[in-house]
Write a protein that binds this ligand. Structure first.
Ligand code: ADP
Ligand code: MG
Length: 154
């Protein structure tokens, strides 16, 4: 993913960085759809830093109790974090960012579809997307996907 998205990030004067040396991690799902989530999150992160900056991705697997509204079981989830040091999200907008067609961008920059589609894909995979944000400080979006255990041996 980093290799595929790095050239796009550079066009936006953004550096894309994979934090640490994540162990091989397996999730079951549609690779192109999961890639679509990460593309959306990465472009959003870059757009939130108009003067450039670093988007840091990291991966961990841990036991998570999903937010009640998700109706999902507590279990091990693969957590893919996409962190930016951009504008952050205003509290008033935070309740709406996953709504279809919600955008704070101009028509040629955003359609308001990225997060709506991404959260639907995450749900289809038994997961969800969470966000932690601070105005003026940046945002971290996290994709949670059920962990399936060790990779199959070839
Ligand atoms: N990393 C981010 N930093 C700041 N705001 C964000 C970020 N990601 C999403 N948002 C906010 O959520 C809104 C919806 O995002 P999205 O569904 O991807 O639509 P779009 O990017 O087309 O506006 C954005 O318009 C923006 O206000
Ligand atoms: Mg977007």
């Amino acid at each position: 993913m980093i290799v595929l998205l790095a050239p796009e990030a550079r066009k936006r004067t953004t550096r894309l960085h994979l934090d640490g040396d994540p162990p091989p991690t397996v999730v079951v799902g549609d690779p192109s759809k999961l890639m679509q989530i990460l593309t959306n999150l990465t472009i959003n992160a870059a757009q939130a830093m108009p003067d450039g900056g670093t988007v840091t991705c990291s991966i961990e697997t841990r036991r998570v109790e999903p937010p009640g509204a998700e109706g999902l079981p507590e279990r091990d989830y693969v957590c893919i974090h996409v962190q930016d040091g951009g504008t952050g999200i205003r509290r008033a907008d935070l309740d709406h960012i996953f709504d279809t067609f919600f955008t704070t961008k101009t028509a040629d920059e955003g359609s308001g579809l990225g997060l709506a589609v991404s959260s639907r894909i995450a749900r289809e995979h038994g997961g969800w997307i969470g966000v932690i944000t601070e105005e003026g400080q940046g945002s971290t979006f996290t994709v949670y996907l059920p962990a399936t255990g060790a990779p199959a041996q070839a």
